[in-house]
Design a protein around this ligand. Sequence first.
Ligand SMILES: *Cc1c(COP(=O)(O)O)cnc(C)c1O
Length: 430
Amino acid sequence: MHSFHYQNGTLHCEGVDLAALAAEHGTPLYVYSGGTILDHFRRLSGAMGAELDCLVCYATKANSNLAVLNLLAKEGAGFDIVSGGELFRVEKAGGDPGKCTFAGVGKTRAEIELGLKKGIYSFNAESEAEVAFISQVAGELGMVAPIALRVNPNVDAKTHKYISTGKSENKFGIDFSSIREAYARAAALPNVKIRGLQMHIGSQLTSVSPFVEAVEKVLPLVEELKSLYGIEFFSIGGGIGIVYQDSLASGGSDWWIAKDEKPLTIEEYAGRLVPLLKPLGLRIILEPGRFMVGNAGVLLTEVLYEKRGTAKTFKIVDAAMNDLIRPALYEGHHEIAPLKEPVAGKTEVVDIVGPVCESGDFFAQNREIPAIETGDRIALLSAGAYGFVMASNYNSRPLPAEILVSGETATVVRKRQTLDDLIAGEVVPG
Ligand SMILES: *Cc1c(COP(=O)(O)O)cnc(C)c1O
């Protein structure tokens, strides 16, 4: 479910008119629907938690605005973090470090120390060298570190190669063939306590079968680790895909959107996985990122110019790849919805491009969309995950503002950067 729809001729997020919001705050502008995020969290934890001891650890990296984290912290969510910076954010947002799992292949000494001092739930380690180092750092602090190992089950997630993580050729996790020895060696270390097993096979999975395949492959290992080391949890990672060719919510037109993607539903995910996981009698951890926030956010932008070439028509907008890099980075798709409700039938095939000096700076190519003119504003849909968090100052463009909507209320949850922000911390010698 999401909450973007036309009402009285303009695109709305919940009860807030996005055209008015863009006029007031300028563009480019990120807008998130709090109601959508809560709905996703509640439906997922409800479906999985009905029969399992299930902790949803939101993958902070998908969207780490304090307001988003706070919304989830108040719901009792845990957090999957990948850096000391994310742990800092989670705490500032009111999250419980005791419900944090720490992922990532390259944890530094400073990050391990921070995690230990804050009392995180588990370090999910991705190599034997890392486990040894965690034990050493914990020993120096006179502490014992709770750990899990990340197993690479060598399963094809059938997603884009840049977001596939569960094959032997990926840098993530410990090979399935050597995981048992890795646990045996970890168990012999003085300053770690084995708490669980983790895996995460990739992102934007649109079918349940790779999840089922990975869980079925790993189940005997989980049983074994439970009896050998008394593990408490099994984390099956994140990766639940969303529909990028998404329809708008009821109450308006979206006739130009193809809608031929099939969603992976929560009912199907829980329906297939709960029966496999329940007999384990362990705590099950989920680490969804994109599923929670992807369809809950849009990026608003204004058409600055039109350029009609011999081969193409370009609509040049004021957002760019520095604001939203998914199309350039992994061919990410975003639907385009004019803020003014479009008249049925009038379309044009265009490229939507930004002002940055790179040919990869585009949001849509050869896309048939409703006719739009210079000065019109549009929304790039499904921009809530891996959007703002990947934004940069490339081309010395200030970062956009972020707004969180709840019902009729819109709050600026991050101010637009100023020109002075761009040079903060820089020094000219002499
Ligand atoms: C990125 C990541 C996730 C979240 O992935 P989504 O596809 O956004 O659900 C979960 N777990 C780990 C270890 C990750 O690196």
